[in-house]
Design a protein around this ligand. Structure first.
Ligand SMILES: Nc1ncnc2c1ncn2[C@@H]1O[C@H](COP(=O)(O)OP(=O)(O)OP(=O)(O)O)[C@@H](O)[C@H]1O
Ligand SMILES: O=P(O)(O)OC[C@H]1O[C@](O)(CO)[C@@H](O)[C@@H]1O
Ligand SMILES: [Mg+2]
Length: 496
């Protein structure tokens, strides 16, 4: 629960904006690569590799200042820079005269008190239902004594302890938007992810608790702002009550779409002054641009709130993103099928491709959980297919020693082995080559050439996994994210 609540509380705190704006942005970064592929017996190594990659990614991230560790002040400078990057813009930055009002979010029991507690519930007097503006969440809790400690995540070569604090999310005592003056919109962009409906539902329900009456959904991502044949969808508790029971997005999703200034024009026309964007790195780049355009440039009092979505779980500093747990759980079914196929065949080889454009968290967690994977290939770790240290030689060894083998490969792994097409999708994302199909073909060819029988079965469950409804733990995470996303635009935040 500690881990879940930290994630839930810090996600919006670090990633979503305050009253007038989108800030945030920790986004999928390519982790640096090291050598070798990993077999299940080497998962300890794999974890260390991924940790090392995370550390390097953190130090070497774009725009990060070069740190001179010989400077005695480096720690203070690092912390200041961290705070600068995590500072959340506030409505009063743009509108210094904006006046707060008491929160309309009621945390107390609404039902009449029973006779036993006629004078009020005993805890009422001690009730502090709101989050103090100065509450902070500590991002990292392990003080690694040395860079060689297992899984050490260090900033400098001595692994100095540097505290990193972020705002705590949740409802505040004072708010800056009068609920009756709010027209809130929700938009879901990019690819599907389990839990989108759960977040939409919770945003709507929480807005209603604050007293917001005008809530709409924008159909099919940012495209819904450009197509005149797509009209906004009125949302209420009644409409969203059961949407979490199915996967997908009630509103639909899309890639590509109108320019940022067109989106802002349409928002102005529609009178939208609060927008919740649910999406990945592209969506949030868009949200940031919308904020810059409307709040900073056009001086509009509009809140832009980002709820980060990545099924791949590749956002640094966050424990977990919604949909990831569900994806790992659902991937078990594909892995188990591949295992059964492989073990029921003479010299069976099962191959499963899972999501993960730039990171192998789904593949790695699903492999670890299943206990049925012999080789796990992830984008962080380059590998060779051919040659004495290649995957195929290892497969031959597994066939000879165990009689069968199962491979799990993340979609972004081994892209260097495939022909580049330079093709992009409607949002400008590079279209990846199909590493799963490539491994399947090369495996068949290899065993044919060495004259060893092999029965190769390939499973790609990508869209089946993505379209699932969220499991219980993702459902809770989504509910907390949805609630906190609403509280953020309504609250005042002092700088860190
Ligand atoms: N730099 C940008 N500025 C403005 N809008 C952007 C930018 N990048 C992407 N977008 C828009 O954001 C939307 C979603 O982007 P994209 O398709 O890359 O998905 P994503 O949010 O990264 O999610 P996923 O994790 O599924 O890839 C698209 O409508 C796209 O046009
Ligand atoms: O086919 P679509 O919808 O463009 O989405 C593809 C991408 O989205 C993901 O499902 C999630 O990041 C990836 O697995 C995949 O590369
Ligand atoms: Mg993306």
């Amino acid at each position: 629960m500690e881990s879940l609540s930290r994630a839930s509380i810090t996600n919006p705190g670090t990633l979503s904006p305050s009253s007038s704006s989108a800030s945030y942005f920790l986004f999928p970064r390519r982790f640096r690569r090291s050598n070798g592929f990993s077999s299940s017996s080497a998962f300890g190594n794999l974890r260390r590799i991924v940790s090392r990659c995370r550390v390097r990614a953190e130090i070497e991230k774009p725009n990060a200042p070069v740190i001179d560790f010989s400077d005695p002040e480096w720690r203070i400078k690092y912390q200041k820079d961290f705070e600068r990057r995590f500072n959340i813009p506030h409505i009063t930055d743009v509108f210094p005269d904006a006046k707060p009002i008491p929160s309309t979010f009621c945390l107390r029991m609404r039902t009449p008190v029973s006779e036993d507690f006629a004078g009020g519930y005993p805890s009422d007097e001690e009730w502090h239902g709101y989050i103090n503006n100065n509450d902070r969440v500590l991002l990292k809790t392990i003080n690694f004594a040395s860079p060689n400690s297992a899984g050490a995540v260090c900033i400098d070569p001595d692994c100095t302890w540097v505290e990193q604090w972020v705002h705590r999310a949740g409802p505040r005592e004072k708010i800056y938007f009068k609920p009756e003056e709010v027209k809130a919109a929700i938009v879901t962009c990019g690819g599907l992810c389990p839990g989108l409906n759960d977040v939409i539902r919770q945003v709507v329900i929480t807005l209603e608790i604050y007293g917001v009456k005008s809530i709409v959904g924008i159909p099919f991502g940012y495209r819904g702002f450009s197509n005149s044949d797509l009209s906004e969808m009125p949302l209420s508790r009644k409409v969203v009550q059961n949407i979490h029971l199915s996967g997908g997005s009630l509103l639909g999703v899309s890639r590509g779409g109108p320019s940022v200034s067109d989106i802002v024009d349409r928002m102005q026309e529609k009178g939208i002054n609060m927008i919740f964007v649910l999406g990945g790195n592209g969506t949030h780049a868009g949200a940031n641009a919308i904020h810059e355009e409307q709040c900073r440039k056009r001086k509009l009092k509009v809140a832009v709130v980002g709820v980060p979505k990545t099924i791949d779980n590749d956002i640094l500093l966050m424990d977990k993103t919604f949909g990831f747990d569900t994806a790992v759980e659902e991937a078990q079914r594909a892995i188990n099928s591949a295992y059964i196929e492989a073990h029921s065949a003479y010299h069976g080889v099962g191959i499963v491709k899972l999501m993960g454009r730039h990171s192998g968290f789904i593949a790695m967690h699903a492999s670890l959980a299943s206990g049925q994977i012999d080789i796990c290939l992830i984008p962080e770790v380059p590998f060779q297919l051919h040659g004495p240290h290649g995957v195929l030689t290892h497969l031959k060894y597994l066939i000879e020693t165990k009689g069968s083998a199962v491979v799990c490969v993340a979609e972004g792994a081994g892209q260097n082995l495939l022909q580049k097409t330079n093709a992009t999708d409607a949002s400008g994302n590079m279209v990846l080559g199909d590493i799963g199909v490539h491994i399947q073909q090369e495996t068949k060819k290899y065993f044919r050439e060495i004259g060893v029988h092999a029965d190769v079965k390939y499973i790609d469950p990508t869209y089946m996994i993505r379209a699932c409804r969220a499991n219980a733990s993702d459902g809770i995470l989504c509910a907390v994210l949805g609630q906190n996303a609403v509280s953020f635009p309504l609250i005042p935040l002092p700088p860190l």
